[in-house]
Ligand binder design. Sequence first.
Ligand code: F0G
Length: 460
Amino acid sequence: MELPFSESYKIKMVEAIRKSTRDEREVWIKEAKYNVFNLQSYQVYIDLLTDSGTGAMSDRQWSAMMLGDESYAGASSYRRLKETVRDITGFEWFLPTHQGRAAENVLFSTLVKEGDIVPGNSHFDTTKGHIEFRKAAAVDCTVDAAFDTSADHPFKGNIDLLKLEDVLSEYPPERIPFVIVTITCNSSGGQPVSMDNLRAVREMANRYGVPVVFDAARFAENAYFIKKREKLYSNRSIREIAGEMFSYADAMTMSSKKDAIVNMGGFIAFRKEEWFRKASVYNIMFEGFITYGGMSGRDMNALARGLEEGTEFEYLDTRVRQVEYLGQKLREYDIPVQTPIGGHAVFIDAGKFLPHLPREEFAAQTLVTELYLEGGVRSTEIGTLLADRDPVTRENRYPAVEYVRLAIPRRVYTNNHMNVVAAAMKNIYDRRESIIRGYTIVREAPIMRHFTIELKPAGE
Ligand code: F0G
């Protein structure tokens, strides 16, 4: 008998989690104004709000923390991290930041100005926020297959080269500071970008004299999918694949809270010294001196070790297979999900799940609330609330797909937890026709509203 697959680690420390009753959850979600960001962690049984900063560090990472060098300038922890980043990405120049959006803030302060156009593949919300905050525009050039959740395409994160060429030929290069490629593409379902596509984007950008930046929060999961799905790469190591991926970029922003498996941290890495020099000014202003940039020495040590572990095939295989496991369970129950299943999360197509709800009542947010009430499971809306209002017309932007994201923290939950999530979803699916009202907005912020939004049941 062939031995079955199992995790590439064992568990040394555990954290208790608490179940609750539906009655308790009804009170709590109302108090939270139907926004799961307002829930307290003890009110949540299984927390799939995000895979960001929620992973479990290894014994090696914790022990590396004890060796942190807390010198303000020139710490050995900084040097170790810089060398690890260079080994993995090939980028010579490096700035630590406290998280991914801070890296965006520093880099975009350097490169993006009012009136600019930044094409990319379904920019993440903070990325888009940092572009629009500077009165520039993000143009989505993702392949159409990404927006059809039942379409089978191995690389739904890819940039549509015709769409990209339209943008690059319409505007002069002075107005396009860079093309940004998010690997994997979070907003379209944790979907990977193929090596072929990365190479083609680079070639096209070269022809138009425009640089390329990667939003690399989940670059290792992207490399894993390239190894699994792109024939030429099946025998290459994750490190080799990542090295080639980054060879097609001029710079990268990183939220280390994802694929580097730390609770906090980020960085920017660059090929050109000139960008590094310019960005250093903003880094010092916003983040801290260039050898720590918002991170303590111990955190930089844990991050360096996390980058090493996060690019090991056995770890990635365990990780992505768990996400796949949940996705397949949901598919068995006929629940509409983005397929193929992505790297960090299962994305449920709430528009197909609750087709009878009016758009103005936020189907995905309604399903997020239902899932919390049903099983104490916290998920997140990647739909109209997150898409925000158009900065000019202030009308709601209705995205092509209303998603509920079940993001799986790294090395945290077991497949038994996944079974609970899937069963809770099935129960809701079985009674979906009885869900006839959604939610309306009581209060919202002018930008990135989903974090702090207050809602009430429609009709109340
Ligand atoms: N880019 C991508 C693709 C992201 O997914 C995130 C964060 C960021 C940038 C910003 O990084 O949080 O460290 O400031 N995504 C989290 C999520 C919040 O839940 O997907 P950050």
